[in-house]
Design a protein around this ligand. Sequence first.
Ligand code: FAD
Length: 505
Amino acid sequence: MSPSSPSESVLPQTPVRRVVIAGGGTAGWMAAAAICKLLGRTLEVTLVESEDIGTIGVGEATIPTMLTFHRLLGIDEQAFMAASQATIKLGISFEGWRDPDHRYLHSFGITGKDHWSAGFQHFWMRGRERGLAEDYPAYCIELQAALRHRFAHLSDYRMNYAYHLDAGRYARFLRGISETHGCRRIEGRIAEVITDPDSGLIRALQLADGSTIEGDLFVDCTGFRALLIGQTLGVGFEDWSHWLLNDSAIATQTAAVRPPAPYTRAIAEPWGWQWRIALQHRMGNGIVYASRHVDDDTARARLLSSIEGERLREPLQLRFRPGRRLRSWHGNCIAIGLSASFIEPLESTTIHLIQRGIVRLLQAFPQVLAAPAIAEYNARMDEELQHVRDFVILHYHATERRDSAYWRYVAEMPLPDTLQHRIDLFRDTGTVYHVPGELFAENSWIQVMLGQGIVPRHRHPVPDLMGDEELRGFLAAVRADVERTVDALPAHHDYLQRYCPAAPA
Ligand code: FAD
Protein backbone atom coordinates (compact mmCIF):
# COMPACT_ATOMS: atom_id res chain seq x y z
CA MET A 1 0.00 0.00 0.00
CA SER A 2 1.22 3.50 -0.75
CA PRO A 3 1.92 5.80 2.21
CA SER A 4 -0.34 8.84 2.43
CA SER A 5 1.19 12.28 1.83
CA PRO A 6 3.06 13.60 4.86
CA SER A 7 0.88 16.17 6.56
CA GLU A 8 1.86 19.81 6.96
CA SER A 9 2.92 19.09 10.57
CA VAL A 10 5.83 16.80 9.63
CA LEU A 11 7.18 19.04 6.88
CA PRO A 12 10.11 21.01 8.30
CA GLN A 13 9.57 24.74 8.53
CA THR A 14 13.22 25.45 7.76
CA PRO A 15 14.24 27.02 4.44
CA VAL A 16 15.06 24.69 1.54
CA ARG A 17 18.73 25.35 0.81
CA ARG A 18 20.37 22.02 -0.05
CA VAL A 19 19.06 20.24 -3.13
CA VAL A 20 20.36 16.73 -3.77
CA ILE A 21 19.76 15.17 -7.19
CA ALA A 22 20.10 11.38 -7.24
CA GLY A 23 20.99 10.19 -10.74
CA GLY A 24 22.77 11.68 -13.74
CA GLY A 25 20.78 10.55 -16.76
CA THR A 26 18.87 12.96 -18.98
CA ALA A 27 16.49 13.75 -16.11
CA GLY A 28 19.21 14.35 -13.52
CA TRP A 29 21.32 16.63 -15.69
CA MET A 30 18.35 18.54 -17.09
CA ALA A 31 17.22 19.16 -13.51
CA ALA A 32 20.72 20.14 -12.39
CA ALA A 33 21.26 22.53 -15.31
CA ALA A 34 17.91 24.26 -14.81
CA ILE A 35 18.09 24.53 -11.03
CA CYS A 36 21.71 25.69 -11.01
CA LYS A 37 21.29 28.18 -13.85
CA LEU A 38 18.02 29.65 -12.66
CA LEU A 39 18.14 29.37 -8.85
CA GLY A 40 21.68 28.26 -8.21
CA ARG A 41 22.97 31.26 -6.29
CA THR A 42 20.31 30.79 -3.63
CA LEU A 43 20.88 27.04 -3.31
CA GLU A 44 23.53 24.39 -2.83
CA VAL A 45 23.00 21.76 -5.55
CA THR A 46 24.67 18.32 -5.50
CA LEU A 47 24.22 15.56 -8.08
CA VAL A 48 25.22 11.95 -7.36
CA GLU A 49 25.61 9.49 -10.18
CA SER A 50 27.24 6.15 -10.68
CA GLU A 51 29.24 5.38 -13.80
CA ASP A 52 29.11 1.69 -12.85
CA ILE A 53 25.33 1.69 -12.99
CA GLY A 54 25.19 3.98 -16.03
CA THR A 55 22.14 5.50 -17.68
CA ILE A 56 19.40 3.91 -19.73
CA GLY A 57 21.12 5.24 -22.86
CA VAL A 58 18.04 5.68 -25.04
CA GLY A 59 15.69 8.61 -25.42
CA GLU A 60 16.84 10.45 -28.49
CA ALA A 61 13.73 11.94 -30.09
CA THR A 62 12.22 15.12 -28.70
CA ILE A 63 9.31 17.44 -29.36
CA PRO A 64 9.29 21.21 -30.01
CA THR A 65 8.82 22.20 -26.36
CA MET A 66 12.51 21.43 -25.89
CA LEU A 67 13.29 24.72 -27.63
CA THR A 68 11.43 26.57 -24.89
CA PHE A 69 13.43 24.78 -22.23
CA HIS A 70 16.66 25.65 -23.98
CA ARG A 71 15.65 29.29 -24.33
CA LEU A 72 14.92 29.39 -20.61
CA LEU A 73 18.43 28.14 -19.94
CA GLY A 74 20.00 30.43 -22.56
CA ILE A 75 21.42 27.42 -24.44
CA ASP A 76 23.12 28.21 -27.73
CA GLU A 77 21.41 26.02 -30.34
CA GLN A 78 24.40 25.55 -32.60
CA ALA A 79 26.66 24.55 -29.71
CA PHE A 80 24.04 22.16 -28.34
CA MET A 81 23.37 20.56 -31.73
CA ALA A 82 27.04 20.10 -32.56
CA ALA A 83 27.76 18.67 -29.11
CA SER A 84 24.82 16.24 -29.24
CA GLN A 85 25.16 15.12 -32.88
CA ALA A 86 21.67 16.53 -33.21
CA THR A 87 19.51 16.61 -36.30
CA ILE A 88 16.15 18.27 -36.92
CA LYS A 89 12.88 16.48 -36.29
CA LEU A 90 9.78 17.78 -38.05
CA GLY A 91 7.45 14.96 -37.01
CA ILE A 92 6.97 11.21 -36.90
CA SER A 93 6.32 8.92 -39.83
CA PHE A 94 3.83 6.23 -38.78
CA GLU A 95 4.27 3.24 -41.04
CA GLY A 96 1.84 0.33 -40.93
CA TRP A 97 -0.28 1.68 -38.09
CA ARG A 98 -3.64 2.04 -39.80
CA ASP A 99 -3.00 -1.02 -41.93
CA PRO A 100 0.27 -2.72 -42.85
CA ASP A 101 0.66 -0.75 -46.12
CA HIS A 102 -0.42 2.67 -44.95
CA ARG A 103 1.84 5.56 -43.96
CA TYR A 104 1.11 9.00 -42.56
CA LEU A 105 3.09 11.72 -40.84
CA HIS A 106 2.27 13.43 -37.60
CA SER A 107 4.13 16.68 -38.15
CA PHE A 108 4.78 19.53 -35.74
CA GLY A 109 3.19 22.00 -38.13
CA ILE A 110 -0.17 23.66 -38.47
CA THR A 111 -2.20 22.41 -41.42
CA GLY A 112 -3.90 25.12 -43.49
CA LYS A 113 -5.50 28.20 -42.02
CA ASP A 114 -8.27 28.20 -39.45
CA HIS A 115 -11.35 30.40 -39.60
CA TRP A 116 -12.76 31.93 -36.40
CA SER A 117 -15.77 29.64 -36.58
CA ALA A 118 -14.19 26.37 -37.60
CA GLY A 119 -10.84 24.69 -38.08
CA PHE A 120 -9.21 24.22 -41.48
CA GLN A 121 -10.25 20.55 -41.52
CA HIS A 122 -13.90 21.57 -42.06
CA PHE A 123 -12.97 23.56 -45.18
CA TRP A 124 -10.80 20.71 -46.34
CA MET A 125 -13.66 18.22 -45.83
CA ARG A 126 -15.96 20.42 -47.88
CA GLY A 127 -13.23 20.62 -50.52
CA ARG A 128 -13.02 16.82 -50.62
CA GLU A 129 -16.78 16.52 -51.02
CA ARG A 130 -16.59 18.90 -54.01
CA GLY A 131 -13.47 17.29 -55.51
CA LEU A 132 -11.47 20.47 -54.92
CA ALA A 133 -8.99 19.46 -52.21
CA GLU A 134 -5.78 17.48 -52.21
CA ASP A 135 -4.86 15.15 -49.34
CA TYR A 136 -4.85 16.83 -45.93
CA PRO A 137 -1.02 16.67 -45.52
CA ALA A 138 -0.56 18.76 -48.69
CA TYR A 139 -1.45 21.87 -46.69
CA CYS A 140 1.28 21.70 -44.04
CA ILE A 141 4.76 23.21 -44.49
CA GLU A 142 6.56 21.05 -41.89
CA LEU A 143 5.02 17.88 -43.23
CA GLN A 144 5.96 18.58 -46.83
CA ALA A 145 9.45 19.69 -45.78
CA ALA A 146 9.85 16.43 -43.85
CA LEU A 147 8.81 14.32 -46.84
CA ARG A 148 11.30 16.17 -49.02
CA HIS A 149 14.08 16.09 -46.37
CA ARG A 150 14.38 19.87 -46.26
CA PHE A 151 14.86 22.35 -43.48
CA ALA A 152 15.89 25.91 -42.61
CA HIS A 153 15.10 28.26 -39.77
CA LEU A 154 12.38 30.56 -41.06
CA SER A 155 11.56 34.02 -39.76
CA ASP A 156 8.71 34.32 -37.22
CA TYR A 157 9.34 30.71 -36.16
CA ARG A 158 7.29 29.57 -39.17
CA MET A 159 8.84 26.11 -39.05
CA ASN A 160 8.05 24.26 -35.88
CA TYR A 161 10.68 21.65 -35.10
CA ALA A 162 12.39 19.55 -32.45
CA TYR A 163 15.59 17.50 -32.35
CA HIS A 164 17.01 14.03 -32.54
CA LEU A 165 20.01 13.86 -30.22
CA ASP A 166 22.56 11.55 -28.66
CA ALA A 167 21.32 11.15 -25.07
CA GLY A 168 24.79 10.47 -23.58
CA ARG A 169 26.35 13.48 -25.27
CA TYR A 170 23.39 15.66 -24.32
CA ALA A 171 23.79 14.70 -20.64
CA ARG A 172 27.51 15.62 -20.82
CA PHE A 173 26.64 18.95 -22.44
CA LEU A 174 24.19 19.71 -19.63
CA ARG A 175 26.73 18.61 -17.05
CA GLY A 176 29.07 21.32 -18.35
CA ILE A 177 26.35 23.96 -17.91
CA SER A 178 25.47 22.65 -14.45
CA GLU A 179 29.04 22.64 -13.20
CA THR A 180 29.67 26.12 -14.62
CA HIS A 181 26.74 27.29 -12.54
CA GLY A 182 27.92 25.71 -9.32
CA CYS A 183 26.62 22.13 -9.33
CA ARG A 184 28.73 19.76 -7.24
CA ARG A 185 28.96 16.32 -8.87
CA ILE A 186 29.72 13.25 -6.80
CA GLU A 187 30.60 9.94 -8.38
CA GLY A 188 29.42 6.98 -6.33
CA ARG A 189 26.79 4.36 -5.75
CA ILE A 190 23.97 5.23 -3.38
CA ALA A 191 23.89 2.29 -0.97
CA GLU A 192 21.20 3.55 1.37
CA VAL A 193 18.63 6.28 1.61
CA ILE A 194 18.45 7.47 5.23
CA THR A 195 15.05 8.60 6.46
CA ASP A 196 13.98 10.33 9.63
CA PRO A 197 12.20 7.76 11.81
CA ASP A 198 9.64 10.30 13.08
CA SER A 199 8.68 12.21 9.95
CA GLY A 200 9.55 9.59 7.34
CA LEU A 201 11.27 12.33 5.32
CA ILE A 202 14.61 11.70 3.61
CA ARG A 203 17.59 12.99 5.58
CA ALA A 204 20.57 11.86 3.53
CA LEU A 205 21.96 9.56 0.86
CA GLN A 206 24.63 7.18 2.02
CA LEU A 207 27.14 6.12 -0.61
CA ALA A 208 28.91 2.79 -0.89
CA ASP A 209 32.14 4.39 0.42
CA GLY A 210 30.32 5.30 3.64
CA SER A 211 30.06 9.04 2.97
CA THR A 212 26.69 10.76 3.39
CA ILE A 213 25.08 13.64 1.53
CA GLU A 214 22.48 15.51 3.53
CA GLY A 215 19.79 17.62 1.94
CA ASP A 216 16.53 19.50 2.39
CA LEU A 217 15.00 18.50 -0.95
CA PHE A 218 15.84 15.30 -2.85
CA VAL A 219 15.19 14.90 -6.56
CA ASP A 220 14.85 11.24 -7.52
CA CYS A 221 16.28 10.85 -11.03
CA THR A 222 17.39 7.23 -10.54
CA GLY A 223 15.37 6.02 -13.52
CA PHE A 224 13.22 2.89 -13.39
CA ARG A 225 14.89 1.91 -10.07
CA ALA A 226 13.06 4.79 -8.33
CA LEU A 227 15.44 4.32 -5.44
CA LEU A 228 14.08 7.17 -3.32
CA ILE A 229 10.40 7.58 -4.18
CA GLY A 230 9.61 3.91 -4.76
CA GLN A 231 12.11 1.66 -3.02
CA THR A 232 12.59 3.86 0.05
CA LEU A 233 9.39 5.87 0.49
CA GLY A 234 7.14 3.16 -0.94
CA VAL A 235 5.00 5.47 -3.07
CA GLY A 236 2.96 3.12 -5.26
CA PHE A 237 2.68 2.88 -9.03
CA GLU A 238 -0.47 2.82 -11.14
CA ASP A 239 -0.12 0.33 -13.96
CA TRP A 240 -1.45 1.24 -17.43
CA SER A 241 -0.48 -1.98 -19.19
CA HIS A 242 -4.12 -2.80 -20.00
CA TRP A 243 -4.00 0.17 -22.43
CA LEU A 244 -0.32 0.26 -23.31
CA LEU A 245 0.70 -3.36 -23.89
CA ASN A 246 4.38 -2.87 -24.64
CA ASP A 247 6.75 -3.66 -21.77
CA SER A 248 10.06 -4.43 -23.50
CA ALA A 249 12.49 -2.88 -25.92
CA ILE A 250 15.79 -3.68 -27.60
CA ALA A 251 17.98 -0.80 -28.78
CA THR A 252 21.06 -0.71 -30.98
CA GLN A 253 23.06 1.84 -32.94
CA THR A 254 24.37 1.67 -36.49
CA ALA A 255 26.63 3.85 -38.61
CA ALA A 256 24.77 6.24 -40.90
CA VAL A 257 24.42 4.96 -44.46
CA ARG A 258 22.43 7.87 -45.88
CA PRO A 259 21.76 11.52 -45.05
CA PRO A 260 19.59 11.85 -41.93
CA ALA A 261 15.83 12.12 -42.36
CA PRO A 262 14.28 15.04 -40.47
CA TYR A 263 11.64 12.84 -38.87
CA THR A 264 11.45 9.82 -36.58
CA ARG A 265 10.22 6.60 -38.14
CA ALA A 266 7.77 4.44 -36.15
CA ILE A 267 7.25 1.21 -38.03
CA ALA A 268 4.46 -1.03 -36.74
CA GLU A 269 4.99 -4.75 -36.18
CA PRO A 270 2.39 -7.44 -35.43
CA TRP A 271 3.23 -7.09 -31.69
CA GLY A 272 4.83 -3.67 -31.30
CA TRP A 273 6.86 -1.29 -33.42
CA GLN A 274 10.38 -0.23 -34.41
CA TRP A 275 11.98 3.20 -34.25
CA ARG A 276 14.62 4.83 -36.43
CA ILE A 277 16.20 8.05 -35.24
CA ALA A 278 18.84 9.54 -37.52
CA LEU A 279 21.65 11.56 -35.91
CA GLN A 280 24.44 13.26 -37.83
CA HIS A 281 26.77 10.25 -37.84
CA ARG A 282 24.72 7.33 -36.66
CA MET A 283 21.27 5.86 -36.52
CA GLY A 284 19.39 4.91 -33.36
CA ASN A 285 17.34 1.76 -33.92
CA GLY A 286 15.03 -0.07 -31.60
CA ILE A 287 12.12 -2.36 -31.27
CA VAL A 288 9.38 -1.97 -28.68
CA TYR A 289 7.10 -4.92 -27.99
CA ALA A 290 4.70 -6.67 -25.68
CA SER A 291 6.37 -9.69 -24.06
CA ARG A 292 2.94 -11.30 -23.71
CA HIS A 293 2.71 -11.40 -27.52
CA VAL A 294 6.24 -12.14 -28.72
CA ASP A 295 9.41 -13.57 -27.18
CA ASP A 296 12.68 -11.64 -26.90
CA ASP A 297 14.53 -13.75 -29.46
CA THR A 298 11.92 -13.18 -32.15
CA ALA A 299 11.85 -9.44 -31.47
CA ARG A 300 15.64 -9.24 -31.52
CA ALA A 301 15.90 -11.20 -34.76
CA ARG A 302 13.30 -8.93 -36.33
CA LEU A 303 15.23 -5.82 -35.31
CA LEU A 304 18.60 -7.13 -36.46
CA SER A 305 17.26 -8.29 -39.81
CA SER A 306 15.76 -4.90 -40.59
CA ILE A 307 18.55 -2.46 -39.63
CA GLU A 308 21.07 -1.05 -42.11
CA GLY A 309 24.74 -0.19 -41.65
CA GLU A 310 27.55 -1.39 -39.42
CA ARG A 311 26.39 -2.15 -35.88
CA LEU A 312 28.12 0.18 -33.38
CA ARG A 313 26.73 -1.26 -30.19
CA GLU A 314 25.51 -4.60 -28.95
CA PRO A 315 21.72 -4.72 -28.67
CA LEU A 316 20.59 -3.51 -25.27
CA GLN A 317 17.60 -5.26 -23.71
CA LEU A 318 15.21 -3.08 -21.69
CA ARG A 319 12.12 -3.81 -19.60
CA PHE A 320 9.60 -1.25 -18.45
CA ARG A 321 6.20 -0.86 -16.96
CA PRO A 322 3.82 1.75 -18.33
CA GLY A 323 2.12 3.91 -15.74
CA ARG A 324 2.62 6.60 -13.18
CA ARG A 325 3.82 7.04 -9.64
CA LEU A 326 0.77 7.75 -7.45
CA ARG A 327 2.49 10.93 -6.27
CA SER A 328 5.60 12.20 -7.98
CA TRP A 329 6.25 14.66 -5.14
CA HIS A 330 6.09 13.07 -1.70
CA GLY A 331 7.35 14.90 1.39
CA ASN A 332 10.81 16.23 0.56
CA CYS A 333 11.32 13.92 -2.43
CA ILE A 334 10.31 14.74 -5.98
CA ALA A 335 10.61 12.13 -8.72
CA ILE A 336 11.51 13.37 -12.20
CA GLY A 337 12.03 11.18 -15.25
CA LEU A 338 11.56 7.44 -15.41
CA SER A 339 11.24 7.22 -11.62
CA ALA A 340 8.00 9.26 -11.88
CA SER A 341 6.21 7.75 -14.86
CA PHE A 342 6.65 6.05 -18.16
CA ILE A 343 4.55 6.23 -21.27
CA GLU A 344 6.20 4.34 -24.07
CA PRO A 345 8.28 6.39 -26.50
CA LEU A 346 5.87 6.43 -29.46
CA GLU A 347 5.37 10.22 -29.35
CA SER A 348 8.75 10.98 -27.73
CA THR A 349 7.15 12.57 -24.68
CA THR A 350 9.33 11.53 -21.71
CA ILE A 351 11.95 14.26 -22.08
CA HIS A 352 9.08 16.74 -22.40
CA LEU A 353 7.54 15.42 -19.17
CA ILE A 354 10.94 15.70 -17.46
CA GLN A 355 11.14 19.29 -18.58
CA ARG A 356 7.58 19.99 -17.34
CA GLY A 357 8.42 18.46 -13.97
CA ILE A 358 11.51 20.67 -13.70
CA VAL A 359 9.78 23.87 -14.79
CA ARG A 360 6.88 23.23 -12.41
CA LEU A 361 9.34 22.60 -9.61
CA LEU A 362 11.15 25.85 -10.39
CA GLN A 363 7.86 27.75 -10.50
CA ALA A 364 6.65 26.23 -7.25
CA PHE A 365 10.06 26.18 -5.63
CA PRO A 366 9.37 26.20 -1.90
CA GLN A 367 10.93 28.59 0.55
CA VAL A 368 9.78 25.96 3.01
CA LEU A 369 7.97 22.74 2.07
CA ALA A 370 4.18 23.15 2.03
CA ALA A 371 1.58 20.42 1.56
CA PRO A 372 -0.80 22.47 -0.68
CA ALA A 373 2.03 23.28 -3.10
CA ILE A 374 2.98 19.61 -3.25
CA ALA A 375 -0.64 18.57 -3.87
CA GLU A 376 -0.94 21.18 -6.63
CA TYR A 377 2.24 19.97 -8.31
CA ASN A 378 1.02 16.37 -8.27
CA ALA A 379 -2.42 17.25 -9.61
CA ARG A 380 -1.03 19.28 -12.53
CA MET A 381 1.54 16.63 -13.46
CA ASP A 382 -1.19 13.97 -13.39
CA GLU A 383 -3.31 16.00 -15.81
CA GLU A 384 -0.41 16.30 -18.23
CA LEU A 385 0.38 12.63 -18.02
CA GLN A 386 -3.19 11.57 -18.63
CA HIS A 387 -3.35 13.76 -21.72
CA VAL A 388 -0.15 12.24 -23.13
CA ARG A 389 -1.35 8.72 -22.24
CA ASP A 390 -4.63 9.26 -24.13
CA PHE A 391 -2.85 10.57 -27.19
CA VAL A 392 -0.52 7.57 -27.32
CA ILE A 393 -3.36 5.07 -26.81
CA LEU A 394 -5.19 6.65 -29.76
CA HIS A 395 -2.50 5.37 -32.16
CA TYR A 396 -3.18 1.80 -31.11
CA HIS A 397 -6.92 1.82 -30.76
CA ALA A 398 -7.86 3.64 -33.96
CA THR A 399 -6.57 1.04 -36.37
CA GLU A 400 -7.92 -1.13 -39.14
CA ARG A 401 -5.34 -3.81 -38.35
CA ARG A 402 -6.73 -7.14 -37.16
CA ASP A 403 -3.81 -9.33 -38.27
CA SER A 404 -2.61 -10.39 -34.80
CA ALA A 405 -4.00 -10.91 -31.31
CA TYR A 406 -2.12 -7.76 -30.30
CA TRP A 407 -3.88 -5.49 -32.82
CA ARG A 408 -7.24 -7.15 -32.23
CA TYR A 409 -6.92 -6.49 -28.51
CA VAL A 410 -5.98 -2.80 -28.83
CA ALA A 411 -8.69 -2.17 -31.41
CA GLU A 412 -11.33 -3.56 -29.10
CA MET A 413 -10.10 -2.57 -25.63
CA PRO A 414 -12.22 -0.22 -23.53
CA LEU A 415 -10.70 3.27 -23.53
CA PRO A 416 -10.23 5.89 -20.85
CA ASP A 417 -13.44 8.02 -20.87
CA THR A 418 -11.42 11.12 -21.68
CA LEU A 419 -10.08 9.58 -24.89
CA GLN A 420 -13.39 7.96 -25.87
CA HIS A 421 -14.99 11.41 -25.69
CA ARG A 422 -12.38 12.98 -27.97
CA ILE A 423 -12.79 10.24 -30.54
CA ASP A 424 -16.61 10.39 -30.43
CA LEU A 425 -16.55 14.15 -30.83
CA PHE A 426 -14.26 14.02 -33.84
CA ARG A 427 -16.10 11.14 -35.46
CA ASP A 428 -19.46 12.90 -35.08
CA THR A 429 -18.49 16.51 -35.79
CA GLY A 430 -14.96 16.73 -37.21
CA THR A 431 -14.09 18.89 -34.23
CA VAL A 432 -11.33 18.60 -31.66
CA TYR A 433 -10.59 20.83 -28.73
CA HIS A 434 -7.57 21.99 -26.82
CA VAL A 435 -7.58 22.63 -23.11
CA PRO A 436 -5.07 25.39 -22.26
CA GLY A 437 -1.82 23.86 -21.10
CA GLU A 438 -2.35 20.56 -22.90
CA LEU A 439 0.66 19.40 -24.85
CA PHE A 440 -0.93 18.16 -28.06
CA ALA A 441 -2.83 20.86 -29.90
CA GLU A 442 -5.81 20.38 -32.21
CA ASN A 443 -3.70 19.77 -35.28
CA SER A 444 -1.84 16.88 -33.67
CA TRP A 445 -5.09 15.16 -32.80
CA ILE A 446 -6.50 15.77 -36.28
CA GLN A 447 -3.41 14.48 -38.07
CA VAL A 448 -3.35 11.31 -36.00
CA MET A 449 -7.11 10.71 -36.08
CA LEU A 450 -7.27 11.14 -39.86
CA GLY A 451 -4.02 9.21 -40.27
CA GLN A 452 -5.38 6.31 -38.24
CA GLY A 453 -8.54 6.28 -40.34
CA ILE A 454 -11.17 8.05 -38.24
CA VAL A 455 -13.45 9.73 -40.76
CA PRO A 456 -15.80 12.40 -39.38
CA ARG A 457 -19.48 11.83 -40.23
CA HIS A 458 -20.32 15.53 -40.18
CA ARG A 459 -18.57 18.85 -40.31
CA HIS A 460 -19.21 22.50 -39.55
CA PRO A 461 -21.63 24.18 -42.00
CA VAL A 462 -19.64 27.41 -42.39
CA PRO A 463 -17.68 26.26 -45.50
CA ASP A 464 -21.06 25.91 -47.27
CA LEU A 465 -21.13 29.71 -47.39
CA MET A 466 -18.29 29.56 -49.90
CA GLY A 467 -18.99 28.80 -53.52
CA ASP A 468 -16.80 26.28 -55.32
CA GLU A 469 -14.62 28.96 -56.91
CA GLU A 470 -13.98 30.69 -53.62
CA LEU A 471 -13.20 27.42 -51.85
CA ARG A 472 -10.95 26.28 -54.69
CA GLY A 473 -9.07 29.60 -54.55
CA PHE A 474 -8.69 29.42 -50.77
CA LEU A 475 -7.32 25.89 -50.79
CA ALA A 476 -5.06 26.60 -53.76
CA ALA A 477 -3.60 29.68 -52.03
CA VAL A 478 -2.72 27.67 -48.92
CA ARG A 479 -1.21 24.93 -51.05
CA ALA A 480 0.82 27.41 -53.13
CA ASP A 481 2.24 28.96 -49.97
CA VAL A 482 3.33 25.52 -48.73
CA GLU A 483 4.95 24.68 -52.08
CA ARG A 484 6.72 28.03 -52.38
CA THR A 485 8.07 27.80 -48.85
CA VAL A 486 9.27 24.20 -49.14
CA ASP A 487 10.79 24.76 -52.62
CA ALA A 488 12.99 27.50 -51.16
CA LEU A 489 14.38 25.31 -48.35
CA PRO A 490 17.81 23.67 -48.52
CA ALA A 491 18.33 19.95 -47.96
CA HIS A 492 18.26 19.10 -44.25
CA HIS A 493 21.68 17.47 -44.39
CA ASP A 494 23.34 20.44 -46.15
CA TYR A 495 21.81 22.81 -43.64
CA LEU A 496 23.19 20.79 -40.70
CA GLN A 497 26.64 20.71 -42.28
CA ARG A 498 26.69 24.50 -42.38
CA TYR A 499 24.85 25.24 -39.16
CA CYS A 500 26.05 22.74 -36.55
CA PRO A 501 28.43 20.07 -37.88
CA ALA A 502 29.23 17.49 -35.21
CA ALA A 503 32.57 15.79 -34.76
CA PRO A 504 32.30 12.05 -35.61
CA ALA A 505 31.60 9.85 -32.60
P1 FAD B 1 18.33 6.95 -16.42
O1 FAD B 1 18.89 7.35 -17.72
O2 FAD B 1 18.15 5.50 -16.16
O3 FAD B 1 19.32 7.55 -15.31
C1 FAD B 1 19.32 7.06 -13.99
C2 FAD B 1 20.53 7.62 -13.27
O4 FAD B 1 20.46 7.22 -11.92
C3 FAD B 1 21.86 7.13 -13.82
O5 FAD B 1 22.79 8.18 -13.79
C4 FAD B 1 22.28 6.07 -12.81
O6 FAD B 1 23.65 5.88 -12.75
C5 FAD B 1 21.71 6.69 -11.54
N1 FAD B 1 21.53 5.72 -10.47
C6 FAD B 1 20.60 4.74 -10.38
N2 FAD B 1 20.76 4.05 -9.24
C7 FAD B 1 21.81 4.62 -8.60
C8 FAD B 1 22.49 4.35 -7.38
N3 FAD B 1 22.17 3.35 -6.57
N4 FAD B 1 23.53 5.15 -7.06
C9 FAD B 1 23.93 6.16 -7.84
N5 FAD B 1 23.33 6.46 -9.01
C10 FAD B 1 22.29 5.69 -9.38
N6 FAD B 1 12.21 9.67 -24.14
C11 FAD B 1 12.06 10.63 -25.06
O7 FAD B 1 11.75 11.76 -24.71
N7 FAD B 1 12.26 10.35 -26.39
C12 FAD B 1 12.54 9.10 -26.84
O8 FAD B 1 12.73 8.91 -28.03
C13 FAD B 1 12.61 8.06 -25.89
N8 FAD B 1 12.86 6.78 -26.27
C14 FAD B 1 12.87 5.79 -25.33
C15 FAD B 1 12.97 4.46 -25.72
C16 FAD B 1 12.89 3.44 -24.77
C17 FAD B 1 12.94 2.01 -25.21
C18 FAD B 1 12.76 3.76 -23.40
C19 FAD B 1 12.71 2.67 -22.36
C20 FAD B 1 12.69 5.07 -23.00
C21 FAD B 1 12.72 6.09 -23.95
N9 FAD B 1 12.60 7.43 -23.58
C22 FAD B 1 12.46 8.40 -24.52
C23 FAD B 1 12.67 7.81 -22.20
C24 FAD B 1 14.13 8.24 -21.90
O9 FAD B 1 14.95 7.11 -21.91
C25 FAD B 1 14.20 8.97 -20.61
O10 FAD B 1 13.40 10.12 -20.71
C26 FAD B 1 15.56 9.49 -20.27
O11 FAD B 1 16.56 8.62 -20.60
C27 FAD B 1 15.64 9.87 -18.82
O12 FAD B 1 15.96 8.79 -18.02
P2 FAD B 1 16.30 9.04 -16.51
O13 FAD B 1 17.32 10.13 -16.41
O14 FAD B 1 15.03 9.20 -15.75
O15 FAD B 1 16.91 7.64 -16.08
